[in-house]
Design a binder for this molecule. Structure first.
Ligand SMILES: [Zn+2]
Length: 355
């Protein structure tokens, strides 16, 4: 890694046409107050918001939305830091989250308002988990001895007993999982490390990479599984190949060093939506250029989820003026009108609902 490199180089031979992200139509999800985590189901059937329950410390509410209406709400989150708790969908559209008692819960048909099925024993302080395409999930559990666990249909096994796991990313094609942890270094700082664990052979050699000297946020695989984007607390977007974790420079958006909090790829892998302090950026991943800035968001953009065609983006906050306080603090769907955050030719505006 070379600290001199700040922006991805654009070779003279490859000069892609500049992309333009149009103004989105923003629709607020009512009563999705202070959402900390948002998820778009891979089968496009529903979206999920996970919000703090203001009255009860350490509690969060998981809400399922279809056609802009709530179809189900569950109270989850055992952890004292609901913003780190996870909800995840597997490729077939099932939803998983950590229940208040520390067990992992499965909802088979969230869009139908289905009931929950408790899948596991209780874990001590479970948090941070992400879905895998094959019906398994990964969680981190344990305050004193944190471990990354693979949980599948009621059984669990330890993937990693690694240090201070702070984030997980799972390959949409199920080939690997990438684990982010913090390592204590001289000088009193934490530095992020990434470890790549090939699946399903968890005994395969683990590839590790250190950060630029900052902490990493949650890693996100590109839709084709070839790249992993991960933000850092210095405001970079680091891009690694998912086979050997080779870094292809990093992108330093304008207004850094604000921390990168959330990332979402476009379906074609050309764009990343980037969440920062009260700001949403669109970055052309082919050039490293920031091509659109939404800098009037009500809150920090801590979570992003794109629809499968990436025409729409679910954001934990928005910048629309809203008379009702809870709507101002709600999550919102940004509809760019065509796939890949509006950079594809427009298709049918009439196709405006999800689910
Ligand atoms: Zn960095």
């Amino acid at each position: 890694m070379n600290a001199e490199k700040g922006v991805m180089a654009t070779s003279a031979a490859f000069s892609p046409l500049p992309l333009r992200v149009p103004d989105p139509v923003v629709t607020i999800l009512p009563s999705s107050n202070m959402a900390q985590r948002v998820v778009w189901s891979p089968n496009d059937a529903y979206v999920v918001t996970m919000s703090r329950v203001a009255e009860i410390a350490g509690m969060a509410r998981v809400m399922i939305w279809k056609d802009m209406k709530t179809v189900a709400a569950y109270v989850g989150s055992y952890n004292a830091r609901p913003e780190e708790d996870g909800v995840a969908c597997t490729g077939d559209g099932r939803l998983w989250f950590v229940n208040r008692d520390g067990s992992v819960v499965l909802v088979a048909h969230p869009e139908m308002g289905g009931g929950v099925e408790v899948l596991s024993r209780r874990f001590a302080s479970p948090h941070v988990f992400a879905g895998a395409s094959d019906g398994s999930i990964f969680i981190q559990a344990g305050d004193m001895c944190p471990r990354v666990l693979l949980v599948a249909t009621g059984r669990s096994r330890i993937v990693s007993s690694s240090e201070n796991c702070t984030g997980l990313g799972v390959d949409p094609h199920g080939k690997s999982v990438v684990i982010v942890s913090d390592a204590w270094v001289a000088g009193g700082n934490y530095v992020g490390t990434l470890q790549l664990r090939p699946l399903p052979h968890l005994k395969s050699p683990v590839i590790r990479r250190a950060s630029c000297g900052a902490r990493f946020s949650n890693p996100v695989y590109s839709p084709d599984g070839s790249r992993i984007a991960v933000g850092c607390s210095k405001g970079h977007v680091h891009v690694f190949t998912s086979s050997a974790l080779e870094e292809r420079d990093w992108i330093s958006p304008p207004r850094a060093p604000s921390e990168i909090l959330a990332l979402a790829w476009s379906t074609n892998g050309h764009l990343c939506a980037v969440g920062m302090h009260k700001m949403l950026l669109m970055i052309d991943m082919r050039t490293g250029n920031t091509i659109r800035i939404f800098d009037d968001m009500h809150h920090d953009v801590v979570s992003l989820a794109a629809s499968p065609d990436s025409r729409r983006l679910l954001v934990n906050t928005h910048g629309v003026s809203a008379d009702i306080a809870e709507q101002k603090h709600g999550a919102a769907i940004f509809d760019f009108g065509s796939p890949n955050f509006g950079t594809d030719a427009a298709t049918h505006w009439a196709d405006a609902s999800f689910g």
